[in-house]
Ligand binder design. Structure first.
Ligand code: ZN
Length: 452
């Protein structure tokens, strides 16, 4: 059930025909079928509402998703000021308890603390973005309690995903099975007023689409791994609208932030279709991931999407170098330096990563088979891949206009560490990307030495 279809939509400049949740409503209601397969897609949400203002509708929205029993409203200090107080006041008939988290991180210590705080409640309303949503989502999923979220910033696409991004005690950041919120509610006015770096991060996360699609299609064509066109089909038109408004993101314009939420939401719904995050998360995400897991004290406190934006530019340059060549790329057997991985990652995480890396590592035989295969496919594959590309200068201009950092230096990252992340991020996950080609072709280190 979606609320929006039931209420009159006022036509507004800039909003898509049918309002901010056009298409999203169809998908959430189970009325959208994939043109490629004819199958109706189902996703686990009751309600997604995005509107220029939700003022006065907070209680009605929460009531619509049926949160039973004792209710907690969870926010952090900033999101409480931005929207949490208003939501809690609107819910006064339910006598909710407000829990304001003090500078929370999405890690296991914060999970344990919130688990205690939520023990006596039957359901929860999260008011916040990445961290608050991940914590509430994960803790309520442990015993199947329902929750809904009022998003306060368009900073990431995790609102509509069924997983939570949590840092384990080992320092490894992982995506853990959690649950979708029963309701996802966005007051665009509140999000447009959020600190600019938050929407810039969300924009960076969306910018990954073209480079991720290149990597995912490449992997599909060369190794027969799963690929889903529908995940792209649902967000294509909105990505164009969003990219045309990159400067509006930088200026905090409501309309631009509306399109940003649409692309983020549709990207999350795409994960529900396939059960995979590949369509928006390949080589570029691994670079960001490496930073979050191994930067330690060198971490500048930047958000996932800010890092993904810069990493997407690096990936675009790397892919361009491969795609510019009429000669097919060729690889040699993968060199796995276990001792070096242990030195950088510590023994426990290195053991996990070695397992991932070995699953895609080339032997002399598989390297030669790969070279034969890509040589046979290259003219055709090269054209297929070029169709997904947004030229790097255009990506860089948009990211900059959106207010995002475009270099590692602008992120505040140590340059040597950034280059380490570019070179070694592929060790973390068994997803084949053009970084693997560059590494096993022997030129990744030289490429990384020019990156900044
Ligand atoms: Zn992401």
């Amino acid at each position: 059930m979606s609320m929006v279809g039931d209420r009159p939509q006022t036509a507004r400049a800039g909003a898509p025909a049918g309002g901010w949740t056009a298409l999203i409503d169809e998908i959430v209601d189970g009325r959208w079928s994939d043109p490629a397969t004819g199958r109706t897609m189902t996703v686990p949400y009751d309600s997604v509402v995005i509107a220029e203002s939700l003022a006065g509708r907070e209680a009605e929205l929460v009531a619509s998703v049926d949160l039973p029993g004792r209710l907690a409203v969870v926010a952090d200090a900033a999101t409480y000021e931005a929207l949490g107080r208003r939501v809690a006041e609107a819910l006064k008939d339910r006598d909710p308890t407000v829990i304001v988290l003090d500078h929370p991180h999405a890690d296991m210590a914060n999970v344990a603390a919130l688990r205690e705080k939520l023990r006596s409640f039957n359901s929860a309303v999260a008011v916040g973005s990445g961290t608050v949503n991940d914590l509430v989502k994960y803790v309520t999923a442990e015993d199947g309690r329902r929750y809904c979220v009022f998003g306060t910033a368009a900073s990431m696409n995790g609102y509509t995903s069924t997983t939570a991004s949590i840092t384990l005690d080992s320092g490894l950041k992982v995506s853990l099975p959690a649950q979708a919120p029963a309701g996802f509610f966005v007051d665009l006015g509140v999000s447009a007023a959020a600190p600019r770096r938050l929407a810039a991060a969300g924009f960076g996360d969306c910018l990954a689409r073209s480079v991720a699609q290149v990597d995912w299609w490449l992997s599909h064509r060369l190794f027969g791994t799963t690929y889903s066109q529908s995940a792209y089909a649902i967000e294509e038109a909105d990505e164009r609208e969003l990219n045309a408004r990159a400067a509006g993101i930088g200026r905090g314009e409501v309309e631009a932030v509306g399109y940003l939420y649409r692309v983020l939401t549709l990207c999350g719904l795409g994960v529900s279709f396939t059960g995979l995050s590949n369509h928006g998360s390949m080589g570029e995400h691994q670079i960001s991931h490496y930073i979050d897991c191994f930067a330690g004290k060198r971490h500048p406190g930047t958000l996932h999407g800010q890092q993904v934006g810069v990493a997407s530019l690096t990936m675009a340059r790397l892919q361009q170098r491969i795609l510019d060549s009429e000669t097919p790329p060729g690889v040699k057997a993968t060199i796995v330096d276990e001792a070096d991985m242990v030195r950088r990652m510590g023994p426990a995480i290195a053991a996990q990563c070695l397992e991932e890396l070995r699953r895609k590592a080339f032997t002399p035989q598989s390297a030669s088979a790969f070279n034969d295969r890509i040589a046979g496919l290259w003219p055709e594959l090269r054209e297929e891949l070029r169709a997904f590309v947004i030229p790097e200068p255009e990506m860089r201009r948009m990211l900059s206009e959106a207010g995002g950092a475009t270099t590692a230096e602008e992120l505040g990252l140590d340059l040597a560490f950034w280059r380490e992340a570019v070179i070694h991020s592929r060790e973390m996950r068994n997803r084949f990307s053009m970084i693997d080609i560059a590494a096993d072709a022997g030129w990744l280190e030289d490429f990384a030495a020019e990156e900044r």
